[in-house]
Design a protein around this ligand. Structure first.
Ligand code: SAM
Ligand code: DTB
Ligand code: SF4
Length: 326
């Protein structure tokens, strides 16, 4: 094993990333935990809450998603929900200990007629004292500026997989479209949340390349969600072979080592993970989760189940605005 001290590098090479990913598992975990401790308290985990503000009927064809109108699952298309409902839900989430509120919409991109409502949501959630995050699809320059001016702290926009595997998963937009939106968001001064999904039938090199793409952006994303695919009925990935959990932990560890100061989020898929697997992910450097019993459309562990896990592991909640310095 080489040098354990990790700087904020954006010039990682594929050879370096592959060597980190493929080293003996104990060396990988030790390196990840060592890097993690340089920037974070290893016993603190940040908690975000998700809300689907516009569900179903999406024009995109993402092969993993229950909300695409093109997938067989045909989740009915709902309208953008009311601001009051969002604020009532956000208040509950805050009372439950979440520090960041993430509002997600099943859109290719927002329509200009929706912007005023979105701005009001951001404004209202900020007034509750929570960090705000939205995930609305691709954004134009003027939309990014309006959201920034409304007080949006984070924008989630996942690259989902490697550039090589991307067209196997989505045909209605390109990897380059995703990177364009990420650049716009960063240039406007909104913090970037970007990660992807593993367990979609990709190769090991796709997992490595996905993280390499994020780690070689001009700046590392502030948050990197690593989602384990939740197989959705009637989607093209409904019956994909399950990923070996050790590969999942290796992916989390590589994210931590390449992007030492980012919040690495153990995102979708926790309902099917054992306590031991989640503990190993935290040891590998994951330090953020989604809380509450629902993600956007899928189940997530109940609050009391997470509370028991945190107690068992001696993990405490990270405060609002803790950005990777101990
Ligand atoms: N429509 C917007 C977009 O795609 O950018 C925002 C919402 S979308 C549901 C947000 C992210 O959730 C996706 O990019 C994907 O990474 C993740 N996701 C969606 N369905 C998932 C599933 N079945 N399993 C794991 N992650 C999933
Ligand atoms: C992210 O990376 N994962 C979240 C959030 N960003 C928007 C979404 C997970 C969705 C899981 C499937 C669902 O609930 O429909
Ligand atoms: Fe639409 Fe987002 Fe689902 Fe893709 S992931 S189908 S863009 S809601």
């Amino acid at each position: 094993m080489k040098d354990l001290i990790s700087d904020l590098r954006t010039d990682w090479t594929r050879e370096e990333a592959e060597a980190i990913y493929n080293q003996p598992f104990m060396d990988l975990l030790y390196q990840a935990q060592t890097v993690h401790r340089e920037y974070f308290d290893p016993n603190q985990v940040q908690r975000s809450k998700l809300l689907s503000i516009k569900t179903g009927g999406c024009a995109e064809d993402c092969a993993y998603c229950s909300q695409s109108a093109r997938n067989g699952s045909q989740l009915p298309a709902a309208k953008l929900i009311e601001v009051e409902r969002v604020l009532a839900e956000a208040k509950k989430a805050k009372d439950g200990g979440a520090t960041r509120y993430c509002m997600g919409a099943a859109w290719r991109s927002p329509k200009d007629r929706d912007m005023a409502t979105l701005e009001a949501m951001v404004h209202g959630v900020k007034e509750l004292g929570m960090e705000t995050c939205m995930t609305l699809g691709m954004l134009e320059d003027d939309q990014v500026i309006r959201l920034k001016d409304a007080g949006l702290d984070y924008y989630n926009h996942n690259i989902d997989t490697s550039e090589r595997y991307y067209s196997e998963i989505i045909s209605t937009r390109t990897f380059a479209d995703r990177i364009d939106t990420l650049n716009r968001v960063r240039e406007a001064g909104i913090k970037v949340c970007s990660g992807g999904i593993v367990g979609m039938g990709e190769q090991q090199m796709d997992r490595v390349d996905m993280l390499l793409a994020l780690a070689t952006l001009e700046e590392h994303p502030d948050s990197v969600p690593v989602n384990m695919l939740i197989p959705m009925a009637d989607t093209p990935l409904a019956d994909v072979e399950k990923l070996d959990p050790i590969e999942f932990v290796r992916t989390v560890a590589l994210a931590r080592i390449l992007m030492p100061k980012s919040h690495v989020r153990l995102s979708a898929g926790r309902t099917d993970m054992t306590d031991e697997l989640q503990a190993m992910c935290f040891f590998a450097g994951a330090n953020s989760i989604f809380v509450g019993d629902t993600l956007l459309t899928a189940d997530n562990p109940e609050e009391d189940v997470d509370a028991v896990l945190f107690t068992k592991l001696g993990i405490t909640a990270m405060a609002v605005g803790s950005h990777g310095t101990k």
